[in-house]
Design a protein around this ligand. Structure first.
Ligand SMILES: C[S@@+](CC[C@H](N)C(=O)[O-])C[C@H]1O[C@@H](n2cnc3c(N)ncnc32)[C@H](O)[C@@H]1O
Length: 425
């Protein structure tokens, strides 16, 4: 059953272009997967996630033994082959189990029944030849879609692009943001406190079962995602707008720092989650459903955090499906949205106030270039440079002009984030 779910998840992402998390969440509502034990679901998730992290290598292996490419409508057989080869090459699953169950699954399906023999032959050859193939593959290049590889080489140089791609192969740790007493919680949970206050756990389990979850002592948030809110210093008692706020990781930080927070988002369902999260954490925030590009509050804000919608290529390590769901056109379209939201957000800032613009993208159009264009355009807007020492940040995450640029391999692994701190006269 685990293999069937893994194949369903791979088909959902690679063929139906659905997000992995949506497909995984939706799968439990399907009769076929409803009764699965959580251990099997976790194994299915592992197969599909590793397959997406290593997709280029896996497809390269398969192509070596397929006499001709599979027909376009053989997407189920393709997913069965990918799941099977992933188990053989990257999960140390016994060949008779990985191959036998793949063939069984194909034979039980009216779409793939006729390909059972081919699947058997190809997976056998993968199993026999995997060590030799792995030793000659260029994992970084193969596992990064070509258009992203070209962009990252252009933006960061080849050596850094290789480090980015390398980080995408690693299973990320679980990072928490803590309401208070990070050191105490790190000790209790046997984690470590990172210098800017996030707590990192190496062991994983169901988040809801970890001590402190139910009492609202902490929430899950990548260590890099925890930095933008810290850039708004001295906000206790101030009026702060968190724009594009749901599900509320940064809202929680701002509220825990003592600000009066107004959280704005366009999505009702995501705002519902924000409300639930704030309630669990015992934090009080004002929630507004609005389009940030048009929102007209009564008063201006002392501080604003705009965590704009973006391509999220900085989160590929946590969400490897993103590499196969996003396109270059998405980046251009999102950059236009960000420009509009940022221009409007600046109108909501009190003169002399501070605005942090953030995206979890590796693409300069959604970060460095966005801010360079704004500063060239607007004499009334100024960059307030970030000082790594001020927040105990590793020096490599601050750019020469004082913006935040984290990359997935920084600090033992973190999301790729960009942030700029601005003020308006
Ligand atoms: C990167 S996520 C925000 C994550 C959030 N800041 C956190 O820390 O938990 C971007 C959010 O922008 C919202 N969004 C997208 N376009 C919007 C718009 N025009 N106005 C308001 N919210 C928008 C999405 O619904 C999504 O929740």
């Amino acid at each position: 059953m685990a293999r069937r779910l893994a194949v369903f998840l791979l088909k959902s992402v690679l063929h139906d272009h659905q997000s992995f998390d949506e497909a995984f969440a939706g799968s439990s509502a399907r009769d076929a997967f409803a009764a699965m034990e959580s251990r099997d679901r976790a194994f299915a998730r592992a197969i599909a996630t590793i397959a997406l992290r290593r997709l280029g290598q896996v497809e390269d292996m398969l192509a070596r033994f397929l006499e001709k490419p599979l027909a376009a409508d053989a997407f189920e057989a393709r997913a069965i082959l990918i799941a099977g080869a992933t188990q053989l090459a990257f999960m140390d699953v016994a060949p008779h189990a990985a191959i036998g169950l793949a063939v069984e699954q194909a034979k039980a399906s009216r779409f793939s029944r006729h390909l059972g023999g081919l699947i058997n032959a190809v997976l056998r050859r993968v199993s026999e030849n995997k060590a030799a193939i792995l030793s000659e593959q260029d994992a970084a290049v193969l596992n990064t879609p070509a258009w992203l590889w070209e962009r990252w080489v252009a933006a960061y140089g080849e050596a850094t692009a290789r480090e980015i791609a390398g980080a995408h192969l690693e299973e990320p740790p679980l990072d928490l943001s803590v309401k208070a007493d990070a050191a105490e919680w790190a000790a209790k949970l046997e984690g470590e406190v990172l210098p800017w206050g996030s707590v990192r756990l190496s062991h994983k389990g169901r988040v809801e079962e970890i001590e402190g979850y139910a009492e609202g002592a902490w929430w899950v948030q990548d260590a890099a995602a925890g930095i933008p809110a810290l850039l708004l210093a001295d906000i206790a008692g101030g009026r702060v707008a968190d724009l594009c706020a749901a599900p509320g990781g940064k809202t929680a930080q701002l509220a825990a720092a003592g600000a009066q927070v107004t959280s704005v988002d366009i999505s009702a369902s995501r705002l519902r989650r924000l409300g639930e999260n704030a309630a669990r954490l015992g934090l009080s925030v004002e929630i507004v459903k609005a389009n940030v590009g048009e929102w007209q509050p009564k008063d201006r804000f002392d501080a604003i955090l705009l965590d704009a919608p973006c391509s999220a290529t900085g989160t590929i390590r946590r969400n490897p499906d993103i590499a196969y769901l996003k396109t270059a056109e998405d980046i251009a379209a999102l950059a236009r949205v960000q420009k509009r939201l940022l221009a409007h957000a600046l109108t909501l800032l009190a003169p002399g106030g501070t605005l942090v613009f953030a995206t979890c993208s590796l693409e300069p159009e959604e970060g460095e270039a966005q801010i360079a264009a704004l500063l060239a355009d607007r004499a009334d807007v100024r960059l307030l440079p970030i000082d790594a020492v001020e927040l105990n940040l590793p020096p490599e995450v601050v750019t020469p002009n004082g913006c935040l640029r984290t990359l997935p391999f920084h600090a033992g692994g973190m999301d790729g984030f960009f942030a700029a701190r601005l003020t308006r006269s």
